[in-house]
Structures are given as C-alpha cells and as structure tokens.
Design a protein around this ligand. Structure first.
Ligand SMILES: *[C@@H]1O[C@H](CO)[C@@H](O)[C@H](O)[C@H]1NC(C)=O
Ligand SMILES: *[C@@H]1O[C@H](CO)[C@@H](O)[C@H](O)[C@H]1NC(C)=O
Ligand SMILES: *[C@@H]1O[C@H](CO)[C@@H](O)[C@H](O)[C@H]1NC(C)=O
Ligand SMILES: *[C@@H]1O[C@H](CO)[C@@H](O)[C@H](O)[C@H]1NC(C)=O
Ligand SMILES: *[C@@H]1O[C@H](CO)[C@@H](O)[C@H](O)[C@H]1NC(C)=O
Ligand SMILES: *[C@@H]1O[C@H](CO)[C@@H](O)[C@H](O)[C@H]1NC(C)=O
Ligand SMILES: *[C@@H]1O[C@H](CO)[C@@H](O)[C@H](O)[C@H]1NC(C)=O
Length: 818
C-alpha cells in the first residue's frame, strides 16, 4: 500500500517524477493518506487533503495543480475531519470511503451498480470517478464527482437535471471561505415551464439568468468563442447546460462564491493568475422581479424601472417612492377573443418562463395564433433566435423580470386590447410631432440664453469693477440698526481662543466666504460655532455689522441662533449655537449621506426652511431678504431640524417697500433669480426663487448648478420642467430617499418648487402661500417654464461654453470675485 507523498512543489520535479511515482488511480488495495495526493494523467488536477482558509479541519478535495488554493470540489464538505489521520479508500464494492483514526466512515460515495475490479481515478477534467476496471465510458461510471458539484462548474460538468434518475446537478456556495459546507446560495436550472437558469437564496429566486435562446441564456450575451463552447441540452432524459474548452491547455471555471455571486474566471498564463471575466448577477436589473410585473428595467436610465407601454403602476405611491415590486397593471383590460392583438417590443431579456409553454417546431405565426386562441396567454416569442427564429414560447399569467438589453435582447410580443394598441399608435404619432416642437423651442431658447449670458457678463464685469470702487466710499448697510442698542452678549477674545483650542486646525469646521468657522466648547460645556472674519476677507466690517444687527434681532426656531459676538484687537467674530449635523449640502449632495435623509426628514427640512423664510419676509420686526439662501447655508441640528444661517448679505427693507435695486450683485449662481442676477433687482421673490431651487435639489438629491444629464444640457430646473411637461415628474425623485411618503405629496413639492422658480417674480408665490400650499391639498396653479433653466448663464465666460458632464466648479459664489 504505497502512500504517495505530496512532492510536487516545483514544476520541474513534476515533470521529472510524473511518470515514475505519481498515480491517478487507487484500487481497493491502496489508499490516500493525509499528505499524499492523486495527480490526474495530464497533470491538470490533484486530489488530496486540505484545510480551507483559516480552518484547521481537514477535507478531501480536488484542486488545480497550477494554483492549489483553488479547490474545485470537496468530498466531505459537511463532515470535516479534525485531525490528520484521515484515509481515502475505494472498497471492493466500488464505494469511495473516507475513514477517520478509528476507522469510522466519515464520508462515502454511493452507487447502484456493481463492479468486479473497482478503480477510482482522477481524470484530467477534474472529475473523480469510480469505474469497473478499464471501462472508460462515462455512462458506465459507477460514480463520479461531476454528479455532485460543490461551488464550482468546470468544463464538461453538467448543470441541470437527469430527468430519468431525478438527480439534480447544481452549484451550492460554501458557507464561507473557511467553511466549504453547503451555504445558502445555489445556481440551478428551474424546471418549471421552459427551463431557465436561476440564482437562488434558500428557496427564493434571487436572480434569473433566463431561458436558453439557442445561443445563450436570454439576458446573457454569451456567445461561443474560439476558446469556449456552450451547450444547452433539453430532451426527455436530460436538461443541462455545460461549457466546453476548445483548447485543453486553457483553464476556466465558474464558481458561486459564499456571497451568492456567480463568477467566471480564466487562468492567464502570462501573469500566472486568475482573471475575473464575468459576474452574475451583474447589476441591479438582474435582481429578480425588481420592477414587478409588466415593467422593464434599464440599467442606463436614471429611474431604472418603467411600466410597459399601455400599463400603469399598480401602487403609484410605492412606485413613486422607487419601490417597484408591485409592478404595473393594464390601462385597458384584455377582451380575450377578437378584441386583442400584440405589441412588439424589441431588445428585451424575456420574462420569467416559470409559467410558460414551449414547442420547438412551431413557427412564429402559429405561435401567435395559439396565444390569441387561449385567453390566459399573455405573450409569445421565438424559442430559438438562430437563423431568424424558430419554435414557440408562450407565457401564461403576469410577465415578470423583463429588462431592456438593446442589441443583445430579443423580440417579445405582448398581448394587449386592440383599443389600447390603437391608442398607443395615435399617441406615438402625436408625440413625434410634439418632440420636434420641443426641440425647436429649446434650441431657440438656448440661443436666447447665450445672448443674455454674454451681455450680462460684459455688463456685470463693469458692475463688479464699479462695486470695488464703490465700497470704499459708501456705507453699504442700509438699515439704521447700527445706531440701536445691541442686546447681544460680548465674548472675550481670550475665552473664545480658549474654547476653540486657540483656533486650532482640528477645530475648524469649514471655510465660509468671509473666513474660517471653528467649533468650540465653552467652560460650562456648551458647544459653539465661531465665525472668525479673516482680516483681509471680502466681508468688510459692513457685512459683519449687518449680520450682527440683523440676526441679533431675529428669533425663530428655523434660524440659527446668534449667541454673541467678539470685537477685539482687530478680531471680528460671531458666536453661534453649534449645529452637530453641519449643513444640508453635506447630506443631499453626498452619495452616502443622502440615504440618511428619508422623505420625512426632507419634507421636515423643506417646511422648516419655508417657515424660517416666511418669518424673515413677513413676520419679523425687520422684514428681511436673505439674498443667499442655498443648501450650504441651511444648518441641521441634532434632530435634523433646519436652521437658516449666514445673514452676511441679508437686507432689511421697510414696511411698504416691495423691491430694491443694487449695483452689487452678490449671491450664489445656481440659486440667484434671473432679475437679480441680470438686473440687480432683488425682492422677497428672489428669495422665493432660491427656495424653489432648494426644494428641487432636496427632492432630487442633485445640484442645480453643475447638474448634468446625458440627454440634454439643461440644469436641474430645466430637467425638472422637462419631466413635468412630459408627465413623468416622479423620475426627479431621489431614489435614495426611502419610501415614507405619499407620491401626491412629493409631486406637490415638485409643483411648488417649480412655481417658486418662475421666470417672472410676479408669477412666484410669496412665502405665506408657499407654506400654505405645502401643507394643504388645495389646487395649485399651473407652473410655466422656469427662469434660468439652462446652466449657460455663468459668471465665467469660459464656462459658458461648457457642454460636457465633467468637472464643473459647482458653486462659484461671486462673493469671491468682489
Ligand atoms: C483500521 O484499519 C486498518 C486496516 O484495516 C487496521 O490496520 C487498523 O488497526 C484499524 N484501526 C483501528 C483503530 O481499528
Ligand atoms: C470516527 O467516525 C465515527 C463514525 O462517524 C465516529 O463514531 C467516531 O467518533 C470517529 N472517531 C473520531 C476519533 O473522531
Ligand atoms: C447517493 O447519495 C446522494 C447524497 O447522499 C443521494 O442524494 C443519492 O440519492 C444517492 N444515490 C444513490 C444511487 O444511492
Ligand atoms: C492552446 O492554448 C495554448 C496556450 O494558450 C496555445 O499555446 C496553443 O496554441 C493553443 N492551441 C490551440 C490548438 O489553439
Ligand atoms: C429608458 O429610457 C429610454 C429612453 O428614454 C426609454 O425609451 C425607456 O422606456 C426607459 N426604460 C426604462 C425601463 O426606464
Ligand atoms: C390555455 O392554456 C392553459 C395553460 O397551458 C391551459 O391550462 C388551458 O387549458 C388553455 N385553455 C384553452 C382554452 O386552450
Ligand atoms: C446602455 O448604455 C450602453 C453604453 O452606452 C449601451 O452600450 C447599451 O446598449 C445601453 N443599454 C440599454 C439597455 O439601453
């Protein structure tokens, strides 16, 4: 009984000793002990004992000679040995047995056949077989490891079903990289209806590779290559998929990893490593039934699910909140007999075939007739796409899990009521006309906007220059508050320096337009934010005093609270309550943080800002225009309540004064109203405009300025307007915002947002109307095209030209230009 030691550490030894002392078979008189290996005749695979990952347990497995860490099969995956005393044997009856130190059987193969000279052999395909003597016909093998796959599919291994014995060949994941026992995930062929390839977690389908269309699984553009061949066999005896390698010196394996992802790897000779070729599921659209019934998924679209034409969301509320699982329902019910026809859709991954019927020999015409004649048939398609298509595939019941694939997809004929088909036909004709009209309209307005932008650029350049001269000669804050007593605590410089760790960089919260802001902690434990006016900053003493005076008099739960100020030794500082959640822009424009703002929070923020602004405009003693409302000026307290901050540019205005004009246009592009940015006219309605921009940004999670869409060059306002007139405003909604809202409510917010950004100030509601509109169900006026709906109005002429989606400076504030 020759135990073979594992000698093949060096490739040269491998070739040297291969013929002399390696063996690929064991007979009942031999055995494999822990430490010894079998090596397949061509040298590709080895069998022996191993411990996976960090585990100490011992398993019998098969691995590649070129990379012994890749285990392709495990015998005793659910029955590990806990020491090195295991022995693998083949019995006279033709059973493979794994024995432990007390000769107990830990694992065994089984067979229903009998043999005279049983031999176990490791083939060069990676298949471990037990056979009778030298009988090499696979059908006569008494047992083979390829019949009991673990997590890896090798070339020539079957995935599917032996319909005669009922044996299923399927992949099941390891529990973890340390534990090869059977995990929760599996890849298998689902036999219901026309068989299809599915990824499952437990008994639930996670992803569907789809049904075989003659070339590949629908939805997987795998095509035969010089290296690979794919085969799908479907007859009375067997249903299976397998892949073949046309060149046996190439290695490829398909593995289901412990997280349930199928991965194809190929061995790269050049780099001596495995390269990942594909994964399944590859993207969100492959999540089974993500879009529900009668809907399609398109990974390229911003809202990836859409109802099929002629269908409507079943639960509009859920649909709007990007929970699509309820799917869509027919707008017009089927009439069954003569009243139905078919809508052809191209480029699709065909729907779930678990309730389908198929015939390999029918033509497409016969298929159509058959579907039409059975009232429960909902769609049909060619079974095999090769050679122009053949065979018939019929669906009964809902059409689930369709996706748009473009070129790689197939044709599907969907049953519809004839009246609905007529309706769609008419709509298609009229929408073609409408689209032409819109494009012409847009083109004209873009030309218009460009002229406006150029003129205003030239004009503004002069204004800015003037403004610089002006500042030295003119007192710019026009309220008389400076002469009033300020009931504002004065902080001592030393105390502030102490609280902020001497303005250490660690305490710095950010850099505002006028200087850095620090976090501090007062001796009694209260957290504060200190805005330190930099000595050579743009904010002159004017703006500083302006801010102190204005904010000292304001008290509202949605305005940031000024605790005091410090004017000492050339230092001008404002001390505010500290806002632990920083500013709104760090949430709504941040991929990770956006998820934290669900709809309740977003709506609460919109309401809060509206109330704060209403207070400024109408309820406060001073009546104030903020002039620089933007996401970064909305701070959030620990409960995510919004507080408007930064009153550096705010203006108070008299009781009956409606608007005012300035030669100094300051604020932030993207939020500025047209009349202010172009003519310097500001009023409470310019704040309303900024508020509208903010609402649309909060709803969409996107910035107005620097907004970018592959289909057009509109900014967020233009995009929102476009979706609005195309009657699909839902697509504006940030899909990361969760679903705690009703659709009508969010659409109402978009509606109000659009009303606030109207071109003409008089068309915009005032803040008291806004607050009322947001909290009632009243009928709202129709919005018109917003002002500044393209981004082409820019301070910087070089960016006027920008047409690409790449690097934009998002919020260039003209403050810096002063
Ligand atoms: C296990 O079987 C071998 C061979 O049949 C024998 O030599 C050995 O003594 C047995 N060990 C135990 C613990 O029974
Ligand atoms: C060996 O295996 C047998 C049967 O599974 C078991 O009863 C016995 O406890 C095992 N012995 C050791 C040392 O693990
Ligand atoms: C062999 O064992 C497997 C797994 O225990 C079982 O599913 C299968 O039915 C058995 N086959 C025969 C022929 O006994
Ligand atoms: C098989 O692949 C090897 C290595 O990539 C290559 O050298 C050889 O020419 C290939 N053989 C055939 C028949 O394509
Ligand atoms: C994706 O966008 C295209 C082009 O706008 C549209 O025709 C298609 O219906 C959309 N599909 C989905 C699933 O949203
Ligand atoms: C329609 O097809 C279903 C499913 O194949 C079948 O059960 C039913 O008998 C058919 N009805 C008619 C009228 O052929
Ligand atoms: C998605 O976009 C890619 C790249 O533009 C394109 O190749 C593919 O066909 C598109 N897919 C669909 C379904 O539109």
């Amino acid at each position: 009984m020759a135990a073979i030691t594992h000698l093949f550490v060096y490739p040269f030894l491998f070739s040297l000793f291969r013929t002399s002392i390696t063996q690929d078979t064991i007979t009942p008189t031999q055995s494999i002990r822990d430490g010894a290996t079998l090596v397949s005749a061509g040298g590709s695979f080895q069998l022996g004992f191993f411990s996976p990952g960090n585990s100490k347990s011992r398993y019998v497995g098969i691995w590649y000679t070129i990379s012994s860490e890749i285990i392709v099969w495990v015998a005793n995956r659910d029955a590990p040995l806990n020491d090195h005393s295991g022995v693998l044997k083949v019995t006279d009856d033709g059973l493979l047995v794994l024995l432990n130190s007390t000769n107990g059987t830990v694992w065994s193969s089984n067979t229903s056949k009998t043999a005279e000279n049983s031999v176990a052999q490791l083939l060069d395909t990676g298949n471990l077989v037990v056979k009778d003597g030298n009988v090499d016909e696979p059908e006569k093998f008494m047992w083979q490891s390829f019949d009991y796959p673990c997590d890896t599919l090798l070339a020539e291994m079957k995935l599917g079903w032996n319909l005669v014995t009922g044996l299923e060949w399927y992949l099941s994941s390891w529990k973890s990289t340390d534990d090869p026992s059977q995990g929760a995930f599996s890849l298998r062929i689902d036999l219901r209806g026309y068989p299809q390839f599915v990824a499952m977690e437990g008994s639930k389908i996670k992803a569907r590779g789809g049904s075989w269309n003659g070339l590949s699984f629908t939805g997987h553009g795998v095509r035969p290559t010089p290296v690979f061949g794919y085969e799908f066999v479907l007859n009375e005896k067997e249903v299976y998929y397998e892949f073949k390698l046309r060149n046996t010196s190439v290695f490829s394996r398909y593995v289901l990893n412990p997280s349930g992802v199928g991965q194809r790897f190929g061995w790269m000779d050049r780099t001596q490593s495995w390269e990942l070729f594909s994964t399944f599921p590859a993207d969100r659209c492959e999540n089974y039934g993500l879009c529900g019934a009668y809907a399609t998924c398109n990974i390229n679209n911003s809202s990836i699910c859409a109802c099929l034409e002629g269908f409507l969301p079943k639960s509009p509320n859920h649909w709007g909140s990007v929970d699509w699982s309820d799917g869509c329902v027919r707008r017009t019910p089927l009439e069954c007999n003569d009243g139905d026809g078919f809508m052809k859709r191209t480029g699709l991954k065909l729907p779930d075939t678990s309730s389908s019927w198929y015939d390999k020999s029918m033509t497409l015409q016969q298929c159509e007739r058959m579907c039409l004649n059975n009232c429960s048939c909902t769609a049909y398609a060619s079974l095999d796409v090769r050679g122009g298509g053949s065979g018939c595939l019929l669906w009964f019941g809902s059409l689930i899990d369709i996706r748009e694939l473009g070129e790689a997809g197939q044709d599907l004929y969907i049953r519809m009521a004839t009246t609905e088909l007529d309706h769609l036909e008419k709509k298609r004709h009229s929408s073609k006309k409408k689209r032409v009209a819109i494009i012409v309209g847009l083109a004209l307005s873009v030309v218009g906007m460009t002229i406006v932008a150029l003129v205003s650029y030239i004009w503004k350049k002069n204004v800015i220059n003037q403004g610089t001269k002006e500042r030295s000669s003119r007192k710019d804050y026009d309220n008389e508050g400076g002469k009033e007593d300020m009931e504002l605590p004065i902080f001592d410089l030393a105390a502030i320096a102490n609280a902020t760790d001497n303005f250490s960089n660690n305490n710095k919260l950010g850099e505002g337009g006028f200087g850095p802001v620090y976090k501090g902690t007062l001796p009694e434990g209260r957290d504060i934010a200190v805005k330190r006016l930099s000595k050579n900053s743009g904010q002159g003493l004017n703006e500083f005093k302006n801010e102190v005076i204005i904010i000292a008099k304001l008290q509202h739960r949605n305005l940031v609270k000024l605790l005091g100020c410090c004017i000492q030794e050339n230092e001008n500082m404002l001390i505010y309550e500290y806002m632990p959640n920083k500013s709104l822009d760090s949430f709504i424009f941040d991929q990770a943080n956006r998820k934290l703002l669900d709809w309740h929070k977003r709506i609460n923020i919109i309401r809060g800002v509206a109330k704060g602004l209403l207070y400024l405009h109408e309820d406060s003693r001073l009546r104030i225009i903020h002039r620089d409302l933007k996401a970064s000026n909305i701070l959030l307290d620990s409960n995510m309540n919004p507080k408007i901050s930064d009153f550096g540019l705010a203006k108070s205005f008299g009781g009956d004064q409606v608007d005012s004009k300035t030669n100094r246009i300051i604020g932030t592009y993207g939020y500025m109203s047209p009349e202010y940015a172009v003519h310097g006219q500001y009023s409470i309605k310019s704040d309303v405009f900024s508020f509208g921009v903010l609402v649309l940004e909060i709803v969409s999670g996107k910035k107005n300025r620097g907004f970018c869409h592959p289909d057009h060059h509109l900014n967020l306002l233009g995009h929102a307007w476009r979706l609005w007139i195309e009657e699909r405003p839902m697509e504006l909604i940030d899909e990361l915002a969760g679903d705690l809202f009703t659709l009508s409510n969010v659409l109402r917010h978009i509606h109000v947002g659009l009303l606030c950004v109207q071109q003409k100030p008089t068309d915009r509601p005032n803040m008291s109307s806004v607050v009322q509109m947001l909290s009632s169900e009243s009928l709202l006026p129709k919005p018109r095209q917003p002002g500044f709906f393209t981004d082409s109005f820019e301070a910087d002429p070089s960016s006027v030209k920008h047409t690409t989606c790449s690097a934009n400076k998002f919020t260039i504030s003209l403050l810096e230009a002063r």
